[in-house]
Every structure is written in C-alpha cells, then in structure tokens.
Design a protein around this ligand. Structure first.
Ligand code: SF4
Length: 377
C-alpha cells in the first residue's frame, strides 16, 4: 500500500475539554477509539452535536447495559474462520479485521474490543475458501468484507480476487469498504488498485464496491473523486449505511445523501436498522420511527435514488421494514436464511419502542409466499 493512513488513537489528542476527556475515558477503555486524521479534520468540534463527531467520538451512553456482542448471530452461519454462508447464493468473507476508524455503532465491534473480549475473526485459509466455493455451485457471488476489505494491501486484494474470480459459477464479487469516508487517499494514491479492478471487472464477472457513507458531509471532494475513479475503472458502486441517532436520523439529511450519491453514480442500496450491538444504545432509532424518517426521505427523491430499502439484518434473514398501518408493522423477507421463509410477510402489532424484531410480541399474521419455490438453476 503506497501511502499509510495516519491514525489518532488517544482521546488526549482531540480538541475536547479536560472534563470531557475525563468523562469519556472509561468509554474508550471499553470500546476503543481510533480514527483517521483525515476524518477528524471533517468534524466541527465546536458543535457537541456535530453528526460526524457522533460517528467516531465516544459517548457516555455506550456504557449503558444494552445489546449483544453478535446481534445477527453471525456465529451460527460461520462455516470456517472468517467465512459465513447464510443465504444460498452468497458467501460473505471477513477478509480484514481492520478499519480506518471505529464507527461507534459498529455491529462487528467484537473484532475491535480489547483483551480477552476481542474476537479477531478473519479469513485464514484462502485455499480452504476456494475448495468450499468450488463445492457449492449454488453460490453465485462473494462479498469480501470485514472490517474493511480495502484496508488490505493491493497484493492481498489481487490474491483474493484471482483465487475466486475463475470459479465458473461466481458471477460477481463485492468489496465492502468505508475507506471512501475515512481514508479516500487510499484509493486516490494507488493506481495499481485501480488497474487491478479495471482488469477484472468484466461483463459476466462484474466487480462491485459497496461504500458506506452515513452523512452527506462525508462526500468530500476526495471521496467523490475516489468514487469516480472506481466507476471509470468499470466497478459498480452501491452504498449502504445504518440509520443512526444524531447522524442521519432526519429525512432531509437522508434525502440529500441519496440524491448526492445517485448524482455520483453510487446507487443507494440499503439503509440498515441499527443493530442492538453492545454499546449501541445512544445510536439506535426505534424501528417505526426509523421507517417514517426513511419513507419521508424516499419521498423527496426520484426513482433512481429511491431503490434503496430499509432493512434489518436479523438472524432469520434480511427483513425489509415494508410498511406501517395504524395498528401494524409489516416486515417482508428480502433474503431468508431458511428457504421456506423466502418472500414471507410478517405482520406485528405496532410497538413504537421496538428496536429489533425480537421486541415485537404480538404476531398478527404470517403470510408465506404462495406455491413452491423453483429449484435454483
Ligand atoms: S466501517 Fe464497518 S466494520 Fe468498520 S468500524 Fe465501521 S461499521 Fe464497523
């Protein structure tokens, strides 16, 4: 990697008052703080409610006892270290256990905890992954994620790509990365990475990069240029982000994000319900409130920018929060861990304080998809 990222790892280096640093120290001891210098420069430290500050600077409410270490039960779908196979057609690889900053609401913060609580899950055995994929012809796509897949060296990214792209039934490959927000220079200063993507992103074997922009202010000139370089290299770009209290929990902010992304050629793809992960209490927005914010934002943009879905990555599958009625909330399986749940609709009595499917207790109706599912070809 030609240019190294410069990190700040100590709260002492932030322009906070001595009293604030004192208050936040126990939080950072439990959930570490680290952030690229680039991203810190985007923060207005004079504003305690600055949305970008909320993204990376610890907050006392994180110490509230709330959430679980693995709320989507990823352990259940782990087929070898760093490899998850939850949906028939997709294999998810935790290729890296590093990021260029720690989002306070990270749903995989188990990767970043200190001491015995840390679970540094990542792919260890590439050959074993290839054997697994070769033995599973139903898998049409692979996601390299983490952590941040683009924190890997370009030579490691090449090794991963070349190992899986030649498997005949793999039709497309995704890389999940928040570097466009935290460290766009990684893309701007590495022509070899762009050349690698240009070489391999082909009809029938398309490469996708899934960016993670949470707020329009993250779309700096550098970030926009990094996206454009990848688009020109023939890579498709999609954006996913969680809905976070104090960051993007406003329809105007979210609509601006969707609009700007669409203008750049980055398709807004998923907005996630914030997972009930340890320490995430200050960042979570209840499901029904989140749905209303999201729908208002979608109402402000055109069809191109509103293909985005509001989803919850639950252990059972990816559930779209599809609609609210006066009395009920309607979920639809967008992806199902068990094929029998494909397309199923779940209708629950409303519960404005619910943060996760498990908080709903009154199932009003469960409607499976009619008829048998066709066999995968
Ligand atoms: S970029 Fe993703 S994996 Fe990295 S800290 Fe943020 S949420 Fe966690």
């Amino acid at each position: 990697m030609p240019h190294k990222v410069s990190f700040v790892r100590d709260l002492e280096e932030l322009p906070l008052s001595a009293e604030e640093k004192e208050r936040l120290r126990p939080v950072a001891e439990k959930y570490p703080f680290f952030c690229s210098s680039y991203y810190l420069r985007l923060i207005n430290f004079k504003d305690p409610a600055d949305p970008l500050r909320r993204v990376v600077v610890p907050e006392e409410g994180e110490l509230e006892s709330w959430g679980r270490v693995d709320p989507s039960n990823e352990a259940n779908y782990t087929v070898m270290e760093g490899v998850q196979h939850k949906y028939d057609s997709t294999v998810l690889v935790l290729a890296s256990d590093r990021c260029a900053a720690l989002c306070r609401y990270c749903f995989r913060k188990r990767l970043f905890l200190r001491g015995s609580e840390r679970r540094p899950e990542r792919l260890r055995n590439l050959r074993e992954l290839v054997r697994y994929l070769e033995g599973h012809p139903e898998v049409s796509n692979v996601i390299f994620s983490g952590g941040d897949a683009l924190m890997l060296s370009t030579s490691r990214i090449k090794e991963l790509l070349e190992a899986v792209i030649h498997i005949p039934h793999i039709r497309y490959i995704r890389f999940g990365s928040r570097l466009f927000s935290y460290w766009p220079e990684r893309i701007l200063n590495d022509p070899q990475l762009l050349e690698l993507f240009r070489r391999y992103s082909r009809p029938g074997k398309r490469l996708y990069v899934v960016t993670h922009f949470d707020h329009p202010r993250e779309l700096t000139a550098e970030a926009r240029k990094a996206c454009d370089l990848l688009l020109r290299a023939g890579v498709h770009l999609l954006n996913q982000c969680p809905l976070i209290r104090g960051v993007n929990d406003h329809p105007v902010v979210l609509a601006e994000l969707f609009r700007e992304l669409a203008g750049l050629g980055v398709s807004p793809y998923y907005v996630f319900q914030c997972r009930p992960t340890l320490g995430n209490r200050p960042y979570a927005v209840p499901i029904e409130e989140g749905y209303t914010i999201f729908e208002k934002a979608r109402g402000m943009v055109s069809g191109v920018a509103k293909r985005v879905r509001f989803v919850m990555s639950h252990a059972l599958g990816k559930l779209e929060i599809a609609a609210l009625t006066r009395e009920t909330v309607i979920f639809k399986f967008h992806r199902a861990a068990r094929n029998t749940d494909t397309g199923k609709v779940l209708v629950y009595a409303r519960h404005p304080e619910a943060y996760w499917l498990d908080d709903y207790s009154e199932l009003v109706e469960e409607v499976p998809l009619e008829g048998d599912l066709p066999q995968a070809m």
